[in-house]
Design a protein around this ligand. Sequence first.
Ligand SMILES: [Mn+2]
Length: 348
Amino acid sequence: MKMTFRWYGDSDPVALANIRQIPNMSGVVSSLYHIPPGEVWPVADIAHVKDAANGAGLEFEVVESIPLHEDIRTGSGDRDRYIENYIQSIRNLKQASDVKVICYNFMPVFDWTRTRLDHPLPDGSNALVYYKSQLEKMDPLTGELALPGWDAAHSKAELTQLFDTYKNIDNEALWRNLEYFLKAIVPVAAECDIKMAIHPDDPPWPIFGLPRIITCEENLDRFLKVVDSPYNGLTFCTGSLGCAKSNDVVKMIGKYAAMGRVHFVHARNVLILEDGSFEESAHYSKCGSLDMVGILRALKQNGFDGYIRPDHGRMIWGETGKPGYGLYDRALGAMYLTGLWEAVSKNK
Ligand SMILES: [Mn+2]
């Protein structure tokens, strides 16, 4: 297992030097945030991230993410050109870096969804939350109550057009578009020895009437069969899958690790509320609804040897910055996970 930490590049207020001081930290997970979805990642820009990480004594072996152009998900417009560009980005990563895993997702229009990014918790920290009552009042098309984190991602005109396109795309159509993408991409990934690792939908249920398919065990089983190759694998995000009570994340993560299909783990905890809403909690099991010991033990017992990172943290100790991605609480999370891993790795 390799412990990693997400880093948002040169503009991230969290310094590489500080990340390196977290015990057991092997590398950063990063992306080219200035390249728009669909465009080719330039070799020189990839090399820049590698050099920055390596210069600070850290590896750069996981990309999160190469975002997909929406035409790939909708199966329309310039899909083939954007897939060609994606393939070129994989080849450029092979040429210019040590990257071994690429995380991506297949969530229409919006990536993760929360209703507040700075909800105050009783201990004085802030966290990202998803309250069903708040979501019901939101309408991304009128923008009267904007979706936090997504204000600038699409103009209202673009959103209206996208929602119109998705009116004709049900879950089965989305599966077909995902299959088309995988059948083009996975052979290239195999050739480059870079593993593709899809991130589950967050949360794992439909939002604003948009289809969502990477949500549960049945669908993950189906996904892995679409292209039955180790290069078609998972980013197992415990918090995303775990906020649906119907997902038994300990069982699922063990099963997929045993199949050799878990390449990257986002390990975080969520507190599920009575009505199915949830709050992102500290990583410690007792702070939320997930059994973090069970998750780490299932990984260990099933031979997991991929990458893991603490996922979103709360904002603590007065830190300000990118919601979910401060230094302090994620560093605590990394240490907690490292401690659990050490414990479950000891022979009795
Ligand atoms: Mn995640």
